[in-house]
Design a protein around this ligand. Structure first.
Ligand SMILES: [Zn+2]
Length: 134
């Protein structure tokens, strides 16, 4: 089987070549992290769920992101692995792909903050219309 990696020249370090598929081939522990994130459920019998608590690791959660930074991005140790794993693009792709499969926040302080920001925006829009109507 011809893989994407073997068809690339050894010296290839262009960030354009980085995809999620490539990353999990280079670092299979990323796929473990992804599957772990996908298995996270919002337990509706509990009063709240916070994706960011699961992600960053607070309120008793171990945290997925602290483990992600060991695998991709500039904090990855130089262990002779493909240098593309240590790029910020690799980090961004892995971050988005894994974070996005977590359930949405429910009744947590993130939701409150988002609601406050939205309310303030709406207030500013209304204030803008009043000024424009004068
Ligand atoms: Zn939250």
């Amino acid at each position: 089987m011809t893989s994407t990696i073997s068809t690339l020249p050894q010296s290839c370090s262009t960030e354009q070549a980085i995809t999620w598929e490539l990353l999990i081939e280079l670092e299979p522990r990323l796929l473990d992290l992804y599957q772990e994130a996908r298995s996270v459920r919002d337990d509706r019998s509990k009063p709240w769920f916070c994706a960011n608590a699961v992600w960053y690791g607070h309120h008793g959660f171990e945290g997925l992101r602290p483990r992600l930074v060991d695998l991709v991005g500039y904090r990855r140790r130089d262990d002779g692995s493909d240098p593309r794993l240590a790029t910020s693009l690799a980090y961004d792709i892995a971050y988005r792909t894994i974070y996005n499969v977590l359930p949405d926040c429910r009744n947590c302080s993130c939701v409150d903050v988002a609601a406050i920001i939205e309310a303030r925006r709406a207030m500013r829009r209304r204030a803008g219309r009043r000024i424009a109507a004068r």
